[in-house]
Ligand binder design. Structure first.
Ligand SMILES: [Zn+2]
Length: 153
């Protein structure tokens, strides 16, 4: 019998046996622990992550943009750093459900936030899990994991 879907982590796709935490995010504890450590990684380590990682400040300026996100979006990371994510790179995210959420997140002391979102890429819509992790420099790491039709390797 298949395990109930709520037990399957939306990040690693595995059933950890411990359920997911916090519940609305459907991310298992071991993935959460890994995601919390992302802001402390070096730029090189972030580039080797199998999921997208973008660092944004409160205005949406892109401070870092890793290889996996570049591949997902079909963009060269070197060309998007310094640009405005919401205005110049991913206008589909310039909505309350993403931009509004991020602005609120950066200005709060909230823990990680995770939600489902649909990116409108040139190749078509892609459903992703977005997780915001705060850093110690008034920015947020935006982690992007594809769901469904385009799984990460
Ligand atoms: Zn997991």
């Amino acid at each position: 019998m298949n395990p109930p879907p709520a037990r399957v982590c939306h990040w690693c796709g595995k059933d950890s046996g411990f359920g997911t935490w916090p519940l609305p995010s459907h991310i298992c504890k071991s993935c959460y622990a890994e995601l919390l450590g992302v802001p402390a990684l070096t730029r090189e380590e972030i580039d080797t992550l199998p999921y997208g990682a973008i660092e944004l400040d409160a205005t949406g300026s892109i401070l870092s943009y890793n290889q996996a996100e570049g591949e997902l979006a079909g963009l060269d990371p070197a060309r998007v750093i310094g640009k405005n994510f919401f205005k110049q790179v991913a206008p589909c995210t310039d909505v309350k459900a993403f931009h509004g959420r991020l602005a609120e997140f950066i200005h709060s002391d909230a823990g990680p936030q995770s939600f489902a979102f649909i990116f409108q890429f040139p190749g078509g819509p892609v459903e992703v899990n977005i997780t915001f992790i705060s850093t110690d420099r008034e920015t947020a790491m935006v982690l992007v994991h594809t769901l469904g039709s385009k799984p990460m390797p």
